[in-house]
Design a protein around this ligand. Structure first.
Ligand code: ITT
Length: 186
């Protein structure tokens, strides 16, 4: 059983689906509110949260942190994705890129696993390359899904079902690496 510490139900459902394909059950630990440091590296943010969550829950825990990096914006919002989504949102990102032809972007996901016998969390990363669309499209998913279209797909993540999104997502790639490690080590 993997205990995923998150307040985001969409994230949990995606993780549960991916881990389910590896026959790993997933439980959601809400309202733990692990510390989220501000750092320009998503892996550091996930690690510190995983250490804090493991101490608070006294369980082996999984924390996942993700962010969208836009090449024309020098990688912004990246580790500041949460704050930017809450403040300027998708409309704000589209406005920033109004006159920008270069639309390349990628999602990064870091899954951090921590339990009491470990000195440091173990991290597994995944990426999804694609581009920022010119308009919001789709109603599924969450966050930046409606403005991100992965490579070789005419759809945005928000135009995909959860199953379609998790075929090629940053989160699927990171959780698949975690699942393989989990299966052989736990
Ligand atoms: P936690 O409780 O797990 O921290 P969160 O929603 O704050 O949930 P993150 O910190 O990992 O999740 O994500 C930072 C922001 O990036 C988040 O607010 C979303 O808007 C966005 N985001 C993350 N993963 C995404 C995805 O798969 N699709 C679209 N947007 C995503």
């Amino acid at each position: 059983m993997a205990f995923l510490v998150t307040s985001n139900t969409h994230k949990f459902n995606e993780a549960r689906h991916i881990l389910g394909t590896f026959r790993i059950a997933t439980a959601m630990l809400k309202r733990i509110d692990p510390v989220e440091i501000q750092d320009d590296n998503i892996e550091n943010v996930a690690k510190v949260s995983a250490i804090d969550a493991a101490q608070k829950c006294n369980l082996p825990v999984v924390v996942e942190d993700a962010g969208l990096s836009v090449r024309a914006l020098d990688g912004f919002p990246g580790p500041y994705s949460s704050y930017i989504f809450k403040t300027i949102g998708n409309d704000g990102i589209l406005k920033l890129m109004e006159n920008t032809a270069e639309r390349d972007a990628h999602f990064q996901s870091v899954v951090a696993f921590m339990e009491s016998t470990m000195r440091y969390p173990l991290c597994f990363t995944g990426e999804a390359e694609g581009e920022v669309t010119h308009k919001k499209r789709g109603t599924h998913g969450f966050g930046f899904d409606s403005i991100f279209s992965p490579l070789n797909s005419p759809k945005t993540f928000a135009e995909m079902t959860l199953e379609e999104k998790t075929q090629n997502s940053h989160r699927a790639s990171a959780f698949a690496k975690f699942a393989l490690w989990y299966k052989t080590n736990l």
